[in-house]
Design a protein around this ligand. Structure first.
Ligand SMILES: NC(=O)N[C@@H](CC(=O)O)C(=O)O
Ligand SMILES: [Zn+2]
Ligand SMILES: [Zn+2]
Length: 434
């Protein structure tokens, strides 16, 4: 049976007069003024902005192992409500996703829930130990079809291992997503190394711990012809290195990078609160860093936004700062934070948001059916956004099992009205539809 959904009065990319979009059998069948046909469902969008569904290259779904913080189901609900149609589930689960059995489990469970495409990320090294390469080929060939590999949470810091990892992922047509943080440049780091951490007596991550790894890995990507993706860029210096790299010709290899919403908005001034909800890796940096990151996202130096959605159970966040785990929720607040940091100040228009939250991440991960134009004959992976709607973040009201949002009580612009995955409405007016 043909499933038909009619979206009345949407503005693709926030441009021009509202149009109607007819979706049939998972595809965009027609785009035009005043389409009047029978449909199974009619969504009155009242001029809401239509964008291609968001793609998150960096999500922690915690299943298997920490279902007290998040499950593939609860995380999928959060993703659909946040406007995402694809998420990449990081490998630092328990057991680690370093073999075909675990990645196939994550992939299958994601399909069962069916709210968002869950793409398992494969670990680079066995057990994330940074010693021996994991069976990347087996994970790539499994039904999960793994294409993104990462030891995220930890840095692949051994240079020879990193070189080999880039060679292997390159041969598999994959991407290596690096958590760039050289652990040997500090001891027991808890925050950004600077005056604010010093005042509290906390040891910090110095900016060069990130920058030296990024510079090295860019050179290795060029040398091996591999594909490097830099996770959660957090410093001005990293933006400068990426800008230098991207301005060169014939470097060989490919380098892409992501920035998180929290690094665009928040700074280490928050250390003063001593509230572990603000503890994250890489740490919140200075205002100059955040400004440089917004600029780098606007000018394309940083390709995309990724949430690094990192749920933690209450007991792992309610303790003393140094005992708390790093990480914060991000799926449902990403759009609002990007709207407030990038759209409101005029650094990006909505077409730019489509680029950094959908088209570029889909391209980096080589997803053929996502991040596509809103046009007839294209797959109907869409999100409708009401840009005027402001809402207040309440951790308890978010779909995640954990509630560790640093944006608690903040009013954000831009609300997801509807999310659609292959023509099926997965979220509408704040409710997921399973
Ligand atoms: N970002 C974090 O602070 N934590 C992440 C790991 C990571 O992304 O490095 C986590 O898994 O909790
Ligand atoms: Zn990380
Ligand atoms: Zn992460």
């Amino acid at each position: 049976m043909t499933e038909r959904v009619l979206l009345k009065e949407v503005r693709p990319y926030g441009e021009g007069e509202p149009v109607d979009v007819l979706v049939e059998d998972g595809m965009i069948a027609r785009v035009g003024a005043s389409i009047d046909v029978d449909a199974d469902e009619i969504v009155h969008a009242d001029g809401a902005i239509a964008l291609p569904g968001f793609v998150d290259l960096h999500t922690h779904l915690r299943e298997p192992g920490r279902e007290d913080a998040e499950t593939i189901e609860s995380g999928s609900v959060a993703a659909a409500l946040g406007g995402f149609t694809s998420v990449f589930a990081m490998a630092n689960t328990d057991p680690v996703a370093d073999n075909a059995v675990v990645v196939e489990h994550v992939w299958r469970r994601g399909r069962e829930v069916g709210l968002v495409d869950v793409h398992p990320v494969g670990a680079v090294t066995v057990g994330l130990k940074g010693e021996k390469l994991a069976e990347m080929g087996t994970m790539a060939k499994s039904s999960a079809g793994v294409r993104v590999f990462s030891d995220d949470g930890l840095c692949v810091h051994d240079p020879l291992l990193m070189r080999r990892a880039l060679e292997y992922t390159g041969a598999l047509g994959g991407v290596l997503a690096q958590h760039a943080e050289d652990p040997r440049l500090t001891v027991d780091a808890q925050a950004h190394e600077g005056p604010n951490a010093a005042r509290l007596g906390l040891t910090g991550w110095p900016a060069p711990a990130e920058e030296s790894i990024v510079a090295r890995d860019c050179l290795l990507a060029g040398h091996t012809g591999g594909s490097l993706h830099v996770c959660h860029v957090s410093t001005r210096g990293t933006a400068d290195i990426l800008r230098w790299w991207k301005s060169g010709e014939d470097r060989g290899g490919t380098v892409s990078a992501e920035v998180t919403p929290h690094h665009l908005l928040l700074t280490d001034e928050l250390l003063e609160t001593y509230d572990p909800v603000n503890k994250v890796n890489p740490p919140l940096r200075t205002d100059a860093d955040a400004q440089a990151l917004r600029q780098a996202l606007a000018d394309g130096t940083v390709d995309c936004v990724a949430t690094d959605h990192a749920p933690h159970a209450a007991q792992d966040k309610c303790c003393e700062w140094s005992a708390a785990r790093p990480g914060m929720l991000g799926l449902q607040t990403a759009l609002g934070v990007v709207a407030s940091t990038m759209v409101v100040p005029g650094l990006l228009d909505w077409r730019g948001v489509a680029r950094v939250m959908s088209e570029n991440p889909a391209r980096i991960a080589n997803l053929g059916d996502q991040g596509r134009p809103i046009a007839e004959g294209e797959p109907a992976n869409l999100v409708l956004v009401d840009p005027e709607h402001r809402w207040t973040v309440r951790g308890e009201e978010l779909a995640s099992i954990a509630a560790n949002t640093p944006f608690e009580g903040m009013e954000l612009p831009g609300r997801v009205l509807t999310t659609m995955l292959r023509g099926r409405i997965t979220a509408h007016e704040g409710k997921a539809r399973q």
